[in-house]
Design a binder for this molecule. Structure first.
Ligand code: ZN
Length: 97
């Protein structure tokens, strides 16, 4: 799975089911960008010391991991079948099998 849009090349197999994708055949590029939807509100219901604990946890986290919590970009190649499954999953909450 490549993580940057710029170095995307269609995979030769579906990245979900592993099906071989013919060079001239149907394949789909899926770009996913997930960003933290922080609304500027900090929960005021933190118990005393909890904010400090949270700050400590953040300090201990891997910067790369931390970045993923806020912003994540994925590009994957899917076959037609998996594309349909993904759409159903996203729009109807259907289980992915
Ligand atoms: Zn597939």
């Amino acid at each position: 799975m490549s993580t940057k849009k710029t170095d995307y090349r269609p995979a030769s197999t579906c990245e979900r089911c592993g099906k071989y994708l013919h060079p001239g055949g149907l394949k789909y590029r899926v770009d996913i960008t997930i960003t933290s939807a922080f609304n500027g509100v900090i929960d005021e219901h933190y118990e005393e010391g909890e904010m400090e604990k949270l700050a400590e946890e953040i300090k201990r986290m891997d910067p790369e991991e931390l970045e993923k919590e806020v912003y994540q970009e994925l590009t994957i190649t899917l076959c037609n079948h998996c594309r349909k499954k993904l759409i159903n999953y996203l729009s109807e909450g259907e289980e992915i099998h």
